[in-house]
Ligand binder design. Structure first.
Ligand SMILES: Nc1ncnc2c1ncn2[C@@H]1O[C@H](COP(=O)(O)OP(=O)(O)OP(=O)(O)O)[C@@H](O)[C@H]1O
Ligand SMILES: [Mg+2]
Length: 364
């Protein structure tokens, strides 16, 4: 899967851009604020129908304009596909593949996968468990549509149960039988979702650890462990938690409380990992994600590497560049403020490199 050409109009600070891309590595350099990350985000739009950074589509339209357009030509399975996304301030987003609109944007997800590695990923380590559940959900739902469906049903049933608990609290009443209807539904879904997540972490961990070893030069041991409030006796757990649920007007048992714990040499990385170790951890997670998506979809995702070198020492940078240039990953898009760094790193490595310079939203 190769993005051959990218065309942008009024996307953030990129007023007009048209670039032919290399099938191996593309590097976008320029000073701060020139539009490097915006290029990667435009590619992300073509892959996932939305921005990696800003979920409000209209805010990605150039401040002075009324609409933006992103168009990409992709070579996939020996065929050329044209993808386009346009957003205007007055109508809803239009996403097309080979000139045909999608009925549902979710049908597009997974067809042209991408993995972004960006400084904002540190939220995965620093923020609460929801970000890590989103990470897991994001990967699994790219290859398991029934998982996505179960998650939607779970969220709906959980909201309904919580609303009922709130209603009991406000009305100073309680009806166990009506609550139990939701318990049955949730228990059934928890079992299905829990099993898929556990299998995912089991399969994902060796990929992650192998990549981490390659980047860190085998300097530290990392692990992932999946934690859950749920055990095999879910019905009993729901009964035991009823009093607490009633008092808090919330559901205290369920997969909405699950977490993925990250550790380095046996200690939690959030507290004990250095900045470079945390960055290495995140990069290994994302590269493993790329392998995993490829296994599941048969396509090597576009690898979008934003400010990847920040905080890494020179040996990790060299290990990382060697790793991604060995042909095990998809087409690569890198941003860097240093114009010469990527080209000097790639001098002795495999593959071809195209270099672009950004100046005030213009590409040369
Ligand atoms: N809707 C918008 N309209 C106009 N400009 C925007 C819009 N959204 C963002 N920008 C601007 O786009 C510019 C480029 O942003 P971008 O994040 O791509 O910079 P960058 O080259 O990656 O910089 P850095 O090296 O600091 O990461 C910024 O000045 C930002 O304010
Ligand atoms: Mg940037």
């Amino acid at each position: 899967m190769i993005l051959k050409h990218l065309n942008l109009v009024n996307f953030k600070n990129l007023i007009e851009a048209s670039v032919d891309l290399d099938s191996d590595v593309n590097c976008f350099s320029g000073l701060n604020g020139e539009g490097k990350t915006n290029i990667l985000d435009a590619i992300r739009y073509l892959s996932m129908c939305k921005s990696y950074f800003n979920p409000a589509d209209y805010q990605n339209i150039n401040h002075e304009q009324d609409s933006f357009m992103i168009k990409g030509t992709v070579l996939k399975n020996d065929e050329i596909d044209v993808l386009s996304c346009s957003v205007s301030r007055t109508s809803k987003k239009i996403f097309k593949r080979n000139k045909k609109d999608y009925q549902r944007l979710s049908d597009h997800i997974g067809l042209y996968p991408s993995v972004m590695i960006s400084p904002t990923d540190e939220d995965l380590i620093k923020e609460g468990s929801e970000t890590r559940r989103k990470f897991i959900n994001g990967i699994i739902s790219q290859y398991d549509k029934s998982y996505l469906n179960h998650m939607v049903q779970y969220k709906r049933a959980l909201n309904q149960r919580n609303r009922l608990l709130k209603h009991f609290q406000v009305e100073r009443t309680f009806d166990e039988a009506s609550l139990e209807i939701y318990d049955f539904k949730l228990i059934e879904l928890i079992q299905q979702i829990h099993e898929v997540r556990l299998k995912f972490v089991e399969d994902f961990t060796p990929w992650f650890q192998k990549l981490h070893t390659q980047i860190s030069g085998n300097k530290e041991t990392v692990s992932l462990s999946y934690t859950s409030t749920c055990n095999e006796n879910l019905a009993e757990q729901f009964t035991d938690s009823r009093h607490k649920d009633k008092l808090s007007a919330r559901t205290n048992i369920g997969i909405h409380k699950d977490d993925l714990e990250f550790s380095i040499d046996g200690h939690t990385i959030k507290r004990f990992g250095s900045q470079g170790q945390q960055k290495t951890f995140l990069i290994a997670l994302k590269l493993a994600q790329s392998f995993f998506i490829e296994q599941a979809t048969g396509n090597k995702p576009f690898l979008l590497l934003d400010d990847i070198f920040d905080k890494l020492d020179s040996s990790r940078v060299a290990n990382l560049m060697k790793l991604v240039s060995e042909g095990n990953f998809g087409q690569i898009f890198i941003t860097d403020t240093d114009k010469n760094r990527v080209s000097s790193l790639f001098k002795d490595l495999n593959g071809t490199l195209a270099e672009f310079t950004l100046t005030q939203g213009r590409i040369s």
